[in-house]
Design a protein around this ligand. Sequence first.
Ligand SMILES: [Zn+2]
Length: 158
Amino acid sequence: MNENTKDYGVSEYLFDLTEKQVVTLDHEATNGEGWILYCQSFINRPTVFKNKITGRFRNIERDNFVEVKVDERQITTFCSSCRNGEICLHSVALLYSWIYDGDAFLNIENSIKQLKEMKKGELIDIITRILLNDSDNIEYVMDRPEDDDDYDLDGLLN
Ligand SMILES: [Zn+2]
């Protein structure tokens, strides 16, 4: 794994996750299917932010978004295809990718640092492109979130 990853606020629980732990999880939760999927897939746009990794498995029919959070005692996952709250093969494949291809994960913390250094006009250009790319994102402009359990965005941006 890239040593730089450690400098940018990646959670120790995620950083300390071992190959052995992922293999055990794979066998317990997916009967080894996670490994097969990892070997057969290309994971699009892998990212890391603190204790969370995300990625997309794309195929012809759909764009499958997967998120895995690693805490001290538990791993929580979300998968847009499986949605059953259990650890699925996509989540396990993403964890294998984190272990073996950690360098490929874009650190959101880096992007936030870049945003902090930008001028207002540059930020507006970026936000405009985000809105034009997916008009659903207009909700972030219309309604500011009242509470966000995941992290304190105000604290990050100040
Ligand atoms: Zn899944």
